[in-house]
Write a protein of this length. Structure first.
Length: 299
């Protein structure tokens, strides 16, 4: 866990060391969060099937902005590093650039302004152990936040409003609450969150439904209801760029429970189950049943 002062901004740190003797390929789901990997081991390739220009090749450290489609990573060898999942407005402050510049892109940290993340990566690699690395992250991130101007309070409120509603409240209502036009609201979100508010709402609904996949003992079926759960607003636990997160819930001990996807769809604000499945295809690259079966076989 980060220092208590950072917890409103950073959900958690994940330190990992992972060995892949043969190429390891992971499918990464979309989400309204920013992934930061600071590594010093085997490099990764990040690819977006929609466009080769959006990915990154042979990078050990990178930032992935908010994505509205799934992508994939590939690595071989021994990788080591830390992963952070950041809410968009936190990433906006830490990185010091509009998130519109990172939308649907993975960028090596050496390409970012100031190269401070590249220097931090080197210091993390040289640290004596994980406690020292996490303490270093606390100090550096707290300093960056203290020296960066806060985001517009109205934009921050709009983000929190959407998260609190799970993406189920209308964007028009949000614009009226702010006294902004829908066009202005969309422009501000694209600039500082990276995606327009309607897409943000869709991804928040998807993230809640996706959480049903990680419930212990979940199985394919339609006889029992498994609650989706709100999950942290940053989408933590749904990215698999770092070790230890791609198989969350897979092979968990205990009694199995079938997931009633129609009930999950209704709970998360979808019109029907087919609507939910379309979003899974776009944001995760497979149906819920196929993803759950993959996790079970991986376990």
């Amino acid at each position: 866990m980060p220092d208590v002062r950072l917890r409103p901004f950073v959900d958690r740190y994940v330190g990992y060391r992972e060995r892949a003797d043969v190429p390891l390929v992971r499918r990464e789901s979309a989400g309204v969060f920013v992934v930061l990997i600071l590594g010093w081991g085997a490099p990764l390739d990040v690819t977006d099937p929609r466009s080769a220009e959006r990915g990154a090749t042979k990078v050990d450290s990178f930032v992935a902005g908010t994505f509205d489609g799934w992508c994939a990573t590939r690595t071989v060898g021994v990788g080591e590093g830390v992963e952070l999942l950041l809410a968009p407005l936190t990433a906006r402050r830490l990185l010091g650039l509009p998130l519109s510049e990172l939308t649907n892109r993975a960028v090596g940290v050496g390409q970012l302004p100031g190269r401070w993340l590249d220097r931090l990566r080197c210091r993390l690699a040289e640290a004596a152990g994980w406690p020292e690395r996490f303490a270093l992250l606390d100090r550096v991130l707290a300093g960056r936040l203290a020296s960066s101007p806060p985001v517009d309070a109205r934009l921050d409120w709009a983000w929190r409003w959407l998260v609190a509603s799970g993406g189920q409240e209308g964007v028009g209502v949000l614009a009226d609450e702010l006294g902004w036009s829908r066009r202005h609201l969309a422009s501000r979100f694209r600039q500082d969150v990276g995606l327009p508010p309607k897409m943000v709402a869709r991804l928040l609904r998807f993230q809640q439904a996706y959480a049903a996949l990680t419930e212990p003992g979940a199985t394919v079926g339609a006889n029992a209801v498994a609650g989706a759960g709100a999950g942290p607003p940053t989408g933590a636990g749904q990215s698999a760029y770092g070790a230890g997160q791609s198989a969350a819930g897979a092979g968990s001990p205990g009694a199995t429970r079938a997931v009633d996807w129609a009930a999950v769809a209704a709970r998360c604000g979808y019109y029907d189950q087919s609507h939910l499945i379309r979003d899974f295809h776009q944001f995760a690259g497979a149906t819920p049943a196929a993803l759950l079966a993959d996790r079970s076989s991986a376990g």
